[in-house]
Design a protein. Structure first.
Ligand code: G6P
Ligand code: MG
Length: 217
C-alpha cells in the first residue's frame, strides 16, 4: 500500500527548535519578559507572527504593528545566524533510516511545516530529494492547530487524510493532525504530547516493524 508520510521540520527532522527558542529568548529578555522552556512549548509549531503575539501576551506588552515587524525581522535574523553552518550533522538521530525505509518501500513523503525557512534547511542538510511535496509557512494562511498545512500536503501526495501519517514534536501540530483525521505520531516527551495516537522519544525508537504496520494498515 501507499501511504502519505508527513513530517514536521523543526524539532522532528532537525534540532532547530533550540535555535527558535534562543532567538525568541533574546527578544523576550530585551523586553524583560520571562520566557522559559515551558512557555516555549506553546510556540512550537506556531507561526512566527503568532509566536511573537504569544510572547507579548506573556509580558502584557502592547505595541504598534511597526514595532512588531521590527522584532519579527530581528528574531529571524538571529535565528538565521544559527543556521549559517548547518549541514547533515544536524539531522536528528534515526530520521535518515526512517526516510530511507519509506523510500525503499515506495511510500509518499511530504513536509508539513509552519516555517518560512524550510526549503533552505532541507537543502543545507541534503535531504530535499526525499520529499514528494513540500508545504511550509509560505503556503498556508492558518497556523497549526489548524489542519490546513497537513491537508494541503495530503492532497499534493494524492492520499486521503485517513491514509496520512504525521510526525510532530509540537502540541499544536499533534492537534492539527488529529483534527485532520490523520494518524498522529508524537516525537518527544509523551507527557506533553499525550494527545498523539503514538509516541516515541525520538526516531531511533521507531523500528521497521512499526513502519511496515503503518503501511499495511
Ligand atoms: C515551526 C517552529 C516554530 C516557528 C515556526 C515558524 O513550526 O516549530 O517554532 O516559529 O516554524 O518558523 P519560521 O522559520 O518561519 O520563523
Ligand atoms: Mg516542530
Amino acid at each position: 500500500k501507499k501511504k502519505g508520510f508527513i513530517f514536521d521540520l523543526d524539532g522532528v527532522i532537525v534540532d532547530t527548535a533550540k535555535y527558535h527558542y534562543l532567538a525568541w529568548k533574546k527578544i523576550a529578555d530585551s523586553l524583560n519578559i520571562e520566557f522559559t522552556h515551558e512557555h516555549n512549548e506553546l510556540l512550537k509549531g506556531v507561526s512566527r507572527v503568532r509566536s511573537l503575539d504569544i510572547i507579548l501576551e506573556l509580558g502584557d506588552v502592547q505595541t504598534t504593528q511597526e514595532q512588531k515587524e521590527l522584532w519579527l525581522v530581528q528574531k529571524n535574523e538571529e535565528y538565521l545566524s544559527y543556521l549559517v553552518d548547518m549541514d547533515e550533522s544536524e539531522i536528528l538521530p534515526g530520521v535518515l533510516p526512517v526516510l530511507n525505509y519509506l523510500k525503499e518501500n515506495k511510500q509518499f513523503i511530504a513536509l508539513g511545516s509552519a516555517s518560512k525557512n524550510a526549503r533552505p534547511i532541507l537543502e543545507k542538510t541534503g535531504i530535499l530529494s526525499y520529499f514528494d511535496a513540500i508545504v511550509d509557512g509560505n503556503d498556508v494562511s492558518n497556523a497549526k492547530p489548524d489542519p490546513e498545512v497537513f491537508l494541503i500536503a495530503a492532497k499534493l501526495l494524492n492520499t486521503s487524510p485517513s491514509e496520512a501519517i504525521v510526525f510532530e514534536d509540537s502540541v499544536a501540530g499533534v492537534q492539527a493532525a488529529n483534527i485532520a483525521n490523520m494518524t498522529s505520531i508524537g516525537i518527544g516527551d509523551d507527557t506533553i504530547l499525550y494527545e498523539a495516537q503514538h509516541n516515541f522519544k525520538d526516531f531511533t525508537f521507531i523500528g521497521t516493524p512499526f513502519l511496515s504496520e503503518l503501511i499495511e494498515k
